[in-house]
Design a protein around this ligand. Sequence first.
Ligand code: ACO
Length: 325
Amino acid sequence: MSTIRSVVLGAGGYLPEKVLSNDELSRMVQTSDEWIRQRTGIRERRVAADGEFTSDLGLHAARAALDNAGLTPADIDLIVLATATPDHTFPAAAVSIQKKLGMKHGVAFDLQAVCSGFLFALTTADAMVRAGQAKRALVIGAETFSRILDWTDRSTCVLFGDGAGAVVLSAESQPGWRSDRGVLSAHLRSDGNYEKMLYVDGGPSSTGTVGHLRMEGREVFKYAVGMVSDVIDEAFAATGFTAADIDWFVPHQANIRIIDATARKLGIPIEKVIRTVDRHGNTSAASIPLALWEASRDGRIKKGDLLLLESLGGGFTWGAVLLRW
Ligand code: ACO
């Protein structure tokens, strides 16, 4: 029986021009290139310029995704932006992107699940597409974490970077088989009991300030692999796919050790893992769409490939999505 699925028509990305190397960081806080590379796999990250906002990064990525899909803003009726670093407390940065794209139609909103934001946005857009509420959606992850980092705290400031990625989803009729293209299965989780392990110590309703990112790095590490593996098992159980069916594993890019340990636990060979963390750092909600953009642009991810996406972020929030490109 045929079914409507959200099929990816194009991907785009954007990285700010300014590269911040580990060596530069070691002149700002007491750290070293060797420590950062060994513990995280990160060599460098990008930092947005003064006056360059999350909506600007998201706009570049959205335009690139539209170009890649051969579409224009007139074709889009939904924008979902995943971000934990919006330009303003309100309105949503998504409506700024909508305006900058010259759109007066459709609907745009932000969604916040920190590093899991892109998977939450993708799942939300997919549900709206399948419910007939949207035909073509831009799903964007864009972040300027450089603005919420404590640049004197070496345990956090070396980990994150700025960037944006986007995909265009289109409602397409598919046969309803395992070989269908599009979002095949999405599994999201959260548990607020972990909120103090990774959080920002400010906000409009609590301190009236923006605040800075705080993290119990070792604790986050301890939970990440297990929680993510559990939700991936859930996705496999729901669909009948196994790790052996996966063409590309596209994890959230937090840390090379978390990525590799998860791939090992699942039995996915390292050649099938898309890794950008060495050059981007952790770009939170932007990391998965940036990885999709990079690997589809260089020809690794091809039409018909089965992708496993996963993430864990502040909250905790976590999830896994099976998607056929
Ligand atoms: N440079 C040098 N030394 C440092 C640095 C640094 N940048 N940061 C911390 N250290 C020191 C600590 O002060 C500590 O010193 P001490 O032993 O004298 O007290 C020592 O290094 C070890 O610190 P730990 O925090 O135990 O180091 P660990 O091996 O756990 O590595 C890291 C820290 C990289 C943060 C790790 O815990 C990690 O990757 N955690 C996952 C967190 C993460 O990736 N979060 C991203 C957001 S969540 C997500 O996206 C999944």
